[in-house]
Design a protein around this ligand. Structure first.
Ligand code: ZN
Length: 311
C-alpha cells in the first residue's frame, strides 16, 4: 500500500504541461512518413494507368488485356499462370456439361460470434457468387467419373472453415459409397481464424474421410495450385495417392519469414515452390495447366476407374 501511495504522490506531481511537453517530444522524434507516402502515391498512379479491362503481369510487368489471358488465365507474354476461380477451373477440367454441383447452398455459421464475420461472408457471397471457398460435385474427366472439389482463392483466400471441411468430407463419403475416385484442386491460405477451433477440426475430419475412401480401395488425386498453405497443406492436400502441382506454385505450411525467424537461417529462393517439392519427393509431377485434363483422364484410366457410357 505504501508503494502504491508513493507512486500516486509522484504521479500527482507531474503537471499536465509536462505530459504535453513529453508527448510533443515523442511525436517529433518519430520519423516523418513522407517517403512511404510518396511511394504509395506512385503506386496508386501506376495502378490508375492500367485500363479496367487489363492487368499487369507480376512476372513480366507487361500490361495484358484480360481477354488475352484466355480461358486458362495464362500470360501470353511470359506464360505466368494467373489464379483461376473455381467456376473457370471446373469448366477447364470437367467434360462439357458433366459437372453436377453438390451442397450448393451450404453456408457458414458464426460459431464464435466473431465480430463482422457474418457481414464479411455475406459481402463475399454477393461479390463472388459463391457461398463459401469451395465448389464440390461429380463430373467426368475424359469420360471417367469422379467426385471433384475445387477451392477458390477469391473467397477469403480459400481459407478452410466448417463449410469447406464439410463439403470436402461429403465428396469423400460420396466417393466411398459410389466407388469413384476423388480429385481435389487445392488453393488456400490455411485455416479460417474466424472459426477458431472449429476450423482446425476440419483438418482431422476431411483426413478421416479421405482415409475411409482409401481403405475402400478408391483413388484420390490432389492438384496443388497457387497458393496451397497452412492447414490445407497439413491435411488433405498432402494425402493424395497421387499429388500433382501446377508450375511455380507456392506450397507450404508456415510462411517463409516465420520459418526464417524460428530457425535463424536464410532459406533458398526456390523454397516452398512446387519445383522444390518435386525435387524433395513431396510432389509426384508438375503438370502444365493445359495438359491437366489429359493427365487426369490418363491417371483415372490407369486405375480402372469407371467410364461413363455415352448416350
Ligand atoms: Zn507475363
Amino acid at each position: 500500500m505504501k508503494l502504491f501511495d508513493n507512486i500516486k504522490d509522484n504521479l500527482d506531481k507531474i503537471s499536465v504541461d509536462t505530459l504535453k511537453e513529453r508527448a510533443e517530444a515523442i511525436k517529433n522524434a518519430i520519423p516523418k512518413p513522407s517517403p512511404a507516402k510518396n511511394k504509395n502515391e506512385n503506386k496508386k498512379d501506376k495502378k490508375e494507368d492500367i485500363p479496367a479491362d487489363s492487368v499487369k503481369c507480376p512476372s513480366c510487368n507487361k500490361i495484358i488485356e484480360k481477354k488475352a489471358l484466355g480461358k486458362l488465365k495464362i500470360c501470353p507474354e511470359c506464360g505466368r499462370l494467373f489464379r483461376m476461380n473455381a467456376k473457370d477451373r471446373i469448366k477447364a477440367i470437367a467434360d462439357k456439361d458433366s459437372f453436377k454441383e453438390m451442397d450448393i447452398n451450404m453456408e457458414a455459421d458464426n460459431p464464435l460470434d466473431f465480430p463482422d464475420y457474418s457481414a464479411k461472408i455475406k459481402g463475399l457471397q454477393e461479390k463472388t457468387g459463391l457461398k463459401d471457398a469451395v465448389k464440390t460435385g461429380i463430373c467426368t474427366i475424359g469420360g471417367y467419373e469422379c467426385a471433384i472439389g475445387v477451392m477458390d482463392s477469391g473467397f477469403m483466400m480459400g481459407s478452410m472453415g466448417s463449410v469447406v471441411g464439410e463439403k470436402l468430407t461429403r465428396i469423400f463419403e460420396y466417393g466411398t459409397e459410389h466407388k469413384i475416385p476423388v480429385v481435389i484442386f487445392t488453393c488456400s491460405g490455411g485455416a479460417r481464424m474466424q472459426e477458431g477451433i472449429v476450423s482446425l477440426m476440419q483438418m482431422a475430419k476431411v483426413s478421416a474421410a479421405a482415409a475411409k475412401h482409401s481403405e475402400a480401395g478408391q483413388l484420390y488425386v490432389t492438384v496443388l495450385t497457387d497458393p496451397t498453405t497452412g492447414g490445407v497443406t497439413a491435411s488433405f492436400a498432402m494425402l493424395g495417392d497421387i499429388i500433382l502441382a501446377e508450375p511455380k506454385t507456392l506450397v507450404g505450411f508456415a510462411g517463409r519469414r516465420v520459418i526464417e525467424q524460428t530457425i535463424k537461417q536464410k532459406l533458398p529462393d526456390e523454397f516452398q515452390t512446387s519445383e522444390f517439392l518435386l525435387e524433395h519427393g513431396f510432389v509426384d509431377a508438375i503438370v502444365e495447366r493445359e495438359k491437366l485434363p489429359d493427365v487426369l483422364a490418363t491417371i483415372l484410366k490407369l486405375h480402372n476407374c469407371k467410364k461413363e457410357v455415352e448416350d
